[in-house]
Design a protein around this ligand. Structure first.
Ligand code: SF4
Length: 211
């Protein structure tokens, strides 16, 4: 357990390319971390970089220096996208999960999401990013992508429902958008997708989103 004297402030750097660093970027980030004497760093469960134990007044200056490593967030989009290394970097990968993760990050809705929406994208059926327990889960097989919706890995866990299988990228992105549009329309305020799907049901969702 950490000492009680450790400061509790922390800052999270989002959007670091889903956890993928070029070695030269990592060196620059390390220099900045050393310059500010950051006591502890952590790769979070969402593949972000957390800077722990800093003085509150130093955080804005440090974030400014790290700004070039932070991908701008899309208005009314999903901000918690995890993607595994996929076919580009993993020997088991069937499809490019990182590229798909970037495409999902570009989805923009009419209004801000009603609650946190976490996304897990996996480049094969081993599902290293746990797509079955994410609000939106996607994994690849030889026949195409499978879309899972309404999972949750938190204190009240739920396996997501399979919306459709064997999808191309061109089919998948609009389908995710349609699922989110129905969630936005029908879910109660602040309801996560898992609780929404328990109430709404996969058949009703499929009726709305499948062509
Ligand atoms: S899900 Fe498959 S492709 Fe992705 S990291 Fe795991 S084994 Fe590799």
């Amino acid at each position: 357990m950490e000492s009680a004297t450790v400061k509790k402030t922390f800052s999270v750097v989002p959007g670091l390319n889903m956890g993928l660093f070029a070695p030269e970027d990592f060196q620059t980030i390390l220099k900045i971390i050393n310059k500010y004497d950051v006591p502890k760093t952590k790769i979070t469960g969402a593949q972000r970089l957390a800077l722990l134990g800093m003085d509150q007044d130093e955080i804005p200056r440090l974030q400014k220096e790290l700004k070039s490593y932070v991908r701008p967030q899309v208005k009314n989009g999903v901000h918690y996208v995890q993607a595994c290394p996929g076919s580009k970097w993993c020997k088991y990968g069937i499809a490019d999960s990182m590229k798909l993760g970037e495409q999902i990050e570009q989805i923009s809705l009419d209004e801000p999401l009603k609650a946190k929406v976490k996304v897990g994208v996996a480049g094969c059926r081993m599902c290293c990013t746990e797509p079955h327990v994410r609000d939106i889960g996607v994994f690849a097989s030889k026949k195409g992508w499978t879309l899972v919706f309404g999972g949750n890995g938190g204190g009240n866990p739920r396996l997501g429902d399979i919306v459709a299988r064997n999808l191309s990228e061109e089919e998948l992105i609009p389908l995710i958008k349609r699922c989110l549009d129905v969630y936005q329309e029908k879910a109660r305020p602040t309801s996560r997708t898992a609780r929404f799907m328990e109430r709404f049901g996969i058949e009703a969702l499929q009726e709305r989103v499948l062509e």
